[in-house]
Write a protein that binds this ligand. Structure first.
Ligand SMILES: NC(=O)c1ccc[n+]([C@@H]2O[C@H](COP(=O)([O-])OP(=O)(O)OC[C@H]3O[C@@H](n4cnc5c(N)ncnc54)[C@H](O)[C@@H]3O)[C@@H](O)[C@H]2O)c1
Length: 386
């Protein structure tokens, strides 16, 4: 059996497992809404809560934060009407719910996600879904054994621009693909220390978007070489004042895909970017793909896409195509996966893909520390867009 058939078979098997597990679940709970419980009521919850509320198929029933006042304040600000908790154990023993949405410090994701799965809850996790590939794989195995689902951010494969780029590549419109580049950085979050502590870093916070996009477009990476560094050894952040930076704030990765394709990703917390997160009117590109018939550039970011510049002519200027966002927003992952639980459909976001990206992040650190090329063992159903 060749790799393609194997991947198709495993993808089908995955879909069947999903349908079997969801049929059982749906028959227990017919015509219901997904009851969501959010853990972590900090910065990103301001984007998640309204988006989850915009779906008539989802009800937020619980909000939890170790800083309880944050859960209470978000409950009030967004008129959620949820129960509020200080600790995950209280929340798991409290109002029943179907899916936990994990929005805490990234270092806590793995342990919190494990507790939720053990308690029989589906999980959507902000990135990364665990601290290590091993921990992430154990979560996915646990979910499968309990006929539950777990998914991890980001949601970049959902954008129409991702689909457009993927089709151009798959249909050979760019010719033979050889190289790609992705970049994402800014001057770093100012509110929380965890971004700079061990287990944080610019790769799981920022590089993860380009890693998902480029592996999603070009296929799983087979090996990696990387250099990471700490450029700014001290930071002042809102929650802890002056701190020592322990995780990389600067990273360059070289990924080897099949058929000789090589991609490069750079990400960091020391990039001057006057556009910051105001990405709506961004006209610069963040992703480039090179083939021998054509090149494409994703305008804006992969998390906020503004179109794809297509360059396929020797004598005509490049054309900005696929400008319609089709409603895609980066914070939609929890909403879309929750809705997929109800509709018994398989979302484009795939947890094996998140695990692959997690392995890349870990291997990049190892490559940088040892100066060696690191082979990757994980893969995921590809192409993402069929
Ligand atoms: N802020 C953004 O714009 C943004 C965008 C995309 C993704 N993310 C991701 O979202 C996650 C959270 O980021 P943030 O910026 O919202 O951080 P934040 O510091 O603003 O919020 C994190 C919250 O989690 C709470 N928390 C920590 N441990 C907890 C635990 N064990 N139980 C309950 N609550 C706990 C903290 O008290 C805090 O209120 C990170 O993984 C980050 O990478 C953030």
């Amino acid at each position: 059996m060749n790799r393609r058939s194997f991947l198709e078979l495993t993808a089908t098997a995955g879909a069947l497992t999903l349908i079997n597990s969801l049929e059982g679940w749906a028959s227990v709970s017919p015509n219901k809404k997904i009851r969501a419980a959010i853990i972590g009521c900090g910065s990103v919850s301001n984007r998640y809560i309204p988006h989850l509320q915009s779906s008539d198929k989802i009800e937020i029933v619980s909000l939890c934060d170790i800083k309880l006042e944050r859960a209470e304040s978000q409950n009030k600000t967004y008129k959620v009407g949820a129960k509020t908790y200080r600790h995950i154990d209280e929340m798991l023993d409290g109002v029943p719910f179907d899916m936990m949405v994990t929005l805490t410090d990234m270092q806590n994701h793995g342990e919190l996600n494990r507790k939720a799965l053990l308690a029989g809850k589906h999980v959507w996790s902000e990135k990364p879904l665990a601290n290590t590939y091993k921990e992430g794989k154990a979560l996915v195995d646990l979910a499968k054994s309990k006929k539950l689902r777990i998914w991890g951010a980001p949601a970049v494969v959902n954008s129409p621009q991702f689909a457009f780029m993927s089709r151009l590549i798959q249909e050979g419109k760019l010719g033979r693909i050889s190289s790609a580049h992705g970049q994402y950085g800014h001057t770093g979050p100012t509110w929380s220390a965890f971004f700079y502590e061990k287990g944080g870093g610019s790769m799981p916070d920022l590089g993860v978007y380009n890693m998902t996009t480029l592996t999603g477009l070009l296929g799983p990476a087979r090996s990696i070489m990387a250099m990471t560094s700490i450029v700014n050894p001290e930071r002042t952040v809102d929650d802890k004042g002056k701190i020592k930076v322990e995780a990389e704030d600067n990273a360059h990765l070289l990924l080897e895909h099949d058929k000789g394709v090589i991609s490069h990703i750079m990400c960091g917390f020391n990039y001057f970017d006057p556009h910051g997160h105001e990405a709506e009117n961004q006209t610069l590109h963040s992703i480039q793909i090179y083939g021998d018939y054509g090149n494409i550039r994703l305008i804006g970011y992969d998390w906020e896409t503004n179109g794809v510049m297509v360059d396929t002519s020797w004598d005509k200027p490049p054309v900005l195509m696929s400008k319609d966002k089709g409603g895609y927003v980066w914070q939609e992952g929890a909403t879309k996966t929750a809705e997929s639980l109800l509709s018994n459909t398989e979302p484009l976001i795939n947890v094996e893909h998140s695990l692959h990206v997690l392995e890349i992040i870990e291997a990049a650190r190892k490559s940088s520390a040892t100066g060696k090329k690191i082979k990757l063992k994980s893969t995921f159903p590809w192409p993402v867009i069929k």
